[in-house]
Design a protein around this ligand. Structure first.
Ligand SMILES: Nc1ncnc2c1ncn2[C@@H]1O[C@H](COP(=O)(O)OP(=O)(O)OP(=O)(O)O)[C@@H](O)[C@H]1O
Ligand SMILES: [Mg+2]
Length: 462
């Protein structure tokens, strides 16, 4: 139960709360004690004052005795002196400490108000007050009142016991609260720790989803999402690996098969030429496949250097068109470029050329001879849209969302004439997006396909 974190949090809370509580209790205790002592002192003084008032009215033997007798029956001690300090009456036996108070009194100083003359209840045995007796403005004597300090000590002791009890209860409640609180905080953390351990051991089915809407709840939900993402990634990786091995195996099978036939040596010169050209084609295909895979790996690791510059779009499109023209002419497809000279984009021209070549290669592969492929460019707010439109076979609607996936091909059988590896559009998408642009595809079966690439505009907007 006491794992490290809850212990740490608990101890920290405990120490802080203990300090705060100790401070509050001490302040309250001191205030209460002072108040009680003041009350005792005040009542002692009031008692002395009453006696002095009575004596002011009748400063006679009988009254003096009467006051003395009255206090003899109480816990208090009264000592009455005349103006010069001569003791007239004392209710109890005089003790040295009381005499010391009398000796320290300046009888020449005439004051009319009573005062506290000894209040040190901690070290002295008595606290004391002095109430002067004034008759017709004449100083006539003093009423000294004494109260044993064990009275006060008893009161304070009682208070102390009460405080100890309350402090003990507060302590127990604090400990219980802290235990509950630290578990409330640490329990989800422990669960999350266990879940992440499971994740690292390869179990991706962790479910920490919860209703808490605080930071801990968010963290738990984030871990759950991470586990599903991880699961999806693992599945995607496995699919990718199996497709890749299939992609590699097919051309290698061709190459091996035709090489075996050639080795047998019973082929005609024409057959030999044909088989060799197939081997060459398949080798070229493998080389381009591996090159594409390298590009994708680099794009994934963000190691694909992109050097963006202001580039004239018309120039870029014309140079790409020039490159692919022979291949288009061979298939009797007309390729046209329509782009205003002044449009500029902020791109890495070599990478965008690679994108356009991929798209044009698709357009050519999927177009019929005698059809048109048009490249146009237009301005759109702060973007430049390049559209490549063909009048080819088109892509079925249900396949359209997947054409940017890696290794996805509409025709699953890899015909040697049309068959690419299904990486061209995936690479194009990665490159365009790493430029901060977008790529979209629209297609209608039997009518043709339009690929739109939107790029950041150059010039003032770059
Ligand atoms: N213009 C188009 N017309 C019809 N189908 C297209 C067009 N462009 C792409 N496709 C379909 O989308 C699939 C994916 O295209 P992509 O360029 O990614 O791969 P690929 O051309 O097969 O191979 P690679 O480009 O790697 O040589 C293609 O196999 C094709 O079926
Ligand atoms: Mg392609």
């Amino acid at each position: 139960m006491f794992n490290k974190l809850s212990l740490k949090i608990g101890m920290l809370f405990f120490i802080f709360i203990l300090i705060i509580q100790a401070f509050l209790f001490a302040t309250l205790y001191v205030t209460l004690v002072n108040e009680r002592v003041d009350r005792v002192l005040d009542s002692l003084l009031a008692r002395g004052e009453t006696h002095s008032e009575v004596l002011a009215d009748s400063f006679e033997e009988v009254t003096l005795k009467h006051v003395g007798m009255m206090e003899a029956a109480t816990n208090f001690i009264v000592v009455i002196t005349d103006a010069s300090g001569e003791i007239l009456v004392n209710s109890d036996a005089l003790e040295p400490e009381m005499l010391a108070v009398l000796q320290h009194t300046d009888f020449k100083k005439v004051s009319t108000k009573g005062e506290i003359v000894e209040e040190d209840w901690k070290t002295k045995r008595y606290i004391a007050t002095d109430s002067p007796i004034t008759i017709d403005g004449q100083h006539a004597g003093h009423v000294f009142m004494f109260s044993p300090t064990d009275n006060i000590e008893r009161v304070v002791g009682h208070l102390k016991n009460q405080f100890l009890l309350v402090a003990l209860i507060a302590l127990v409640l604090t400990i219980i609260t802290i235990l509950l609180l630290s578990r409330f905080i640490t329990l989800p953390l422990i669960r999350m720790k266990e879940a992440t351990e499971q994740l690292s051991q390869g179990n991706n089915q962790v479910d920490l989803s919860n209703e808490r809407n605080d930071e801990l709840g968010e963290l738990a939900n984030a871990i759950t999402k991470l586990s599903t993402d991880l699961d999806r990634l693992k599945k995607a990786r496995n699919e990718f690996l199996s497709s890749i091995s299939h992609e590699l195996r097919t051309p290698l099978t061709y190459i091996k098969g035709y090489a075996d036939i050639l080795e047998r040596g019973d082929t005609t010169e024409r057959e030999r030429e044909e088989y060799l050209s197939i081997i060459r084609e398949e080798t070229a295909h493998l080389t381009s496949l591996i090159g594409n895979l390298f590009d994708l790996a680099k794009l994934d690791r963000n190691q694909f250097a992109i050097e963006q510059k202001k580039v004239s779009i018309a120039e870029l499109l014309n140079s790409v068109a020039l490159l692919v023209k022979p291949a288009f002419e061979e298939k009797q497809i007309t390729l046209s470029v329509q782009c205003s000279e002044d449009l500029q984009a902020y791109v890495d021209s070599e990478r965008i050329q690679q994108v356009l070549l991929n798209i044009l290669d698709n357009a050519r592969k999927h177009s019929f001879s005698g059809s048109d492929v048009r490249i146009t460019c237009t301005e759109e707010e702060n973007k430049i849209a390049i559209r490549i439109r063909d009048e080819g076979q088109g892509i079925p609607e249900d396949e359209l969302p997947f054409v940017f996936d890696r290794l996805y091909r509409v025709e699953k059988s890899r015909s040697r004439e049309r068959g690419g590896s299904g990486l061209g559009l995936a690479i194009a998408k990665e490159i365009v997006e790493s430029h901060g642009g977008q790529i979209n595809i629209d297609s209608q079966v039997g009518e043709g396909t339009t690929v739109t690439v939107r790029l950041k505009r150059g010039g003032d907007h770059s």
